[in-house]
Ligand binder design. Structure first.
Ligand code: AMP
Length: 598
């Protein structure tokens, strides 16, 4: 029930005192977006005034916007590479941040094939936690009664490594789930998960998923929301259920735990919870053995009010499949965040996916916006970019996000393109348009054009001894399979038909391409099983010319026509697929280990 109107919020009546406080905080931050931003910048510059980085640019202790903007360059990860390498190698001096770098967060964005390393400091955990603490108070405005049940969330940790200098390097969510902030979080009736911490923290993805699914099935009537971080993660869980429901039902029937779950802490914790439940086992078998899995989520978890998964950006490709499995349940995209910094939240989380806008919280970092002109060649030393402050962005315009963080990233280009859709008080709200330079993405992998080109080059070397070359290629992220996979269309020039490459050779080409992909892709293939084997579809000679004819018939200029290196427009896909002469997969896994290659 809503609390009394004395503490009501412009966002709506809060569900409880705690929510009222959180909503007041959002109001305060968004009303005072500009002064908050000014304070954040001044805090960061004061805190880091003696760092090597700020001294290099002769800030001389200044903490005002004008000095900052006139002296500090706008940079990318590559510009910071030397500093990051020194920190990774063990240099503990104040290079970027006055506070010690506590660990590296490994981004799904890559540089030279390896995850980017984002330095972070301890206090950033508090900032991330603060943003998390705002999500349920907002959700409670739209969905009442979430304190009467549980959330079935599929959450996972990934492997971690140490840099040569001994710092931990791991994904931001792994860092968060392993923190005391998460592990010893106080009980909150609005945030009760079916998954025990032991299951979330189990590094083996099968054992972790198995027990999380088992717990979800046990609590099926209490589950009010089902989620994962990204849409691809939730679909992976559904696929897991398809593959494992027999064993899961068996465990439920007998009250015992699959021997494949060997982790002692998991066995101990599940041992206390598992009781024989033949009726539930019968139900699971009955539902899962039906031929159609349409609406399976609401059949098994009938009280689910919404799916909590990100379906914006690259994840939008999964909306139809999620709708199929959930009977069109609302899909809530609650927050927008990255390894570099957590940015903000969706103040209207039950809106349609196409209408999702994220409100950047001005207390998280200092935000600037680089007007995005898709036709411009970029900026040079002579024509430096004009960055716009958070409160000065204009509705309808697109910008690239640039951040300055407490951990020491200064005017750092994140690579996300955002469009302003409106304002909440004086804080702008953004539609996530896309990430720059990403051609293909299935899960958290992001493959750019250069990486794809390199992969095709490497693989096509195997064709030389068959006097065959790849004359043209394009690609497509096929998400109709679970997990999704990359499809690469090849048009080949076979000079000696009697010695043309066999299926075996083309299978080797599939693997050679995968070996050339960045480590996030290979980890998805090997450790997370979140990406299926890459497929090569060989198309008939002349197909790419037909593709060009089609583009020209639709108005493309013949002089400027370039083969698209990624396609997703249905008529083009249909044209390509109708010209396929052979398809090739290689189930073998590419090489991947948690260790970085350099
Ligand atoms: P990572 O550095 O691996 O944590 O990835 C962060 C990136 O994921 C962001 O810079 C975005 O490109 C993308 N991302 C994060 N949250 C969202 C969201 N809510 N919608 C779309 N893309 C997102």
């Amino acid at each position: 029930m809503a609390v009394d109107s004395a503490i009501s919020s412009p966002l709506g009546p809060p569900a409880c005192e705690k929510d009222a406080k959180a909503l007041r905080f959002i109001e305060e931050m968004t009303r005072n977006a500009d002064p908050v931003q000014e304070r954040v910048l001044s805090d960061i510059l004061t805190q880091n005034s003696q760092t090597e980085y700020l001294r290099r640019f002769k800030l001389n202790g200044a903490s005002d916007r004008d000095s900052f903007k006139s002296k500090l360059p706008v940079i990318t990860y590559e510009d910071l590479q030397p500093e990051i390498q020194r920190i990774a190698n063990g240099d503990r001096s104040a290079i970027l941040s006055a506070h010690p770098i506590s660990e590296f967060l490994t981004s799904s964005g890559t540089s030279a094939g390896e995850r980017k390393l984002m330095p972070t400091i301890k206090e950033e955990l508090d900032r991330r936690q603060l943003l998390y603490s705002l999500l349920m108070p907002v959700m409670n405005l739209y969905v009442p009664g979430l304190d009467k049940g549980k959330g079935l969330y599929f959450l996972f940790v990934k492997s971690e490594t140490r840099t040569p200098g001994g710092l931990l390097a791991r994904p931001v969510l792994t860092s968060y789930y392993k923190s005391e902030h998460f592990k010893t979080r106080p009980y909150d009736p609005y945030n009760v998960y079916t998954s025990p911490n032991e299951a979330i923290l189990c590094p083996d993805s099968f054992q972790s998923m198995y027990t999380q699914m088992l717990r979800g099935l046990q609590d099926r009537h209490q589950v009010l929301r089902v989620g994962a971080v990204f849409a691809s993660g939730l679909l992976r869980a559904i696929r897991f259920l398809q593959l494992n429901w027999r064993q899961l039902s068996q465990d439920i029937e007998t009250g015992t735990l699959n021997q494949k779950v060997t982790d002692p802490s998991l066995r101990e914790c599940m041992g206390k919870i598992l009781k024989p439940d033949p009726e539930l086992a019968r139900f699971v078998r009955h539902e899962c053995s039906k031929e159609s899995w349409e609406g399976i989520i609401t059949r098994i978890w009938p009280n689910t009010k919404y799916l909590d998964v990100i379906v914006t950006g690259a994840m939008a490709q999964y909306i139809p499949t999620l709708d199929y499995y959930s009977g069109g349940l609302p899909k809530a995209c609650t927050m927008y965040a990255s390894s570099e910094c957590y940015f903000g939240l969706n103040l209207n989380p039950m809106c349609k996916p196409s209408e999702v806008s994220y409100t950047i919280m001005p207390n998280m970092a200092y935000f600037e916006f680089l007007p995005h002109d898709p036709n411009s060649a970029g900026f040079t030393r002579d024509s430096p970019p004009k960055l716009v402050d958070l409160v000065d962005v204009e509705i309808g315009k697109e910008y690239e996000l640039v951040i300055t963080t407490y951990a020491g990233l200064c005017r750092y280009r994140v690579g996300d393109i955002l469009r302003v859709t409106g304002f909440h008080n004086s804080a702008p709200q953004f539609h996530f348009v896309r990430r720059k330079n990403v051609l293909l993405s299935i899960d958290s992998d992001k493959t750019d054009e250069a990486e794809l080109q390199k992969a095709v080059e490497n693989a096509s070397r195997l064709l030389r001894e068959f006097n065959t070359s790849v004359v043209e290629y394009t690609s497509y992220a096929d998400t109709k399979t679970i997990p999704g996979h990359y499809v690469i269309y090849w048009e080949l020039l076979v000079k000696d038909a009697a010695n043309s490459p066999t299926d075996d050779v083309l299978k080797q080409c599939c693997l050679a391409m995968e070996e050339s992909m960045n480590s996030v892709y290979r980890q998805g293939r090997v450790a997370d099983n979140s990406i299926g084997p890459l497929e090569i579809r060989v198309v008939r000679n002349g197909t790419f010319e037909e593709l060009m004819d089609y583009a020209i018939s639709r108005g493309a200029s013949i002089n400027q026509y370039k083969v698209p290196r990624c396609v997703n427009f249905t008529p083009i896909m249909e044209l390509l697929d109708s010209r396929v002469v052979s398809t090739h997969f290689n189930p073998a896994l590419p090489h991947w280990t948690p260790e970085r290659r350099r």
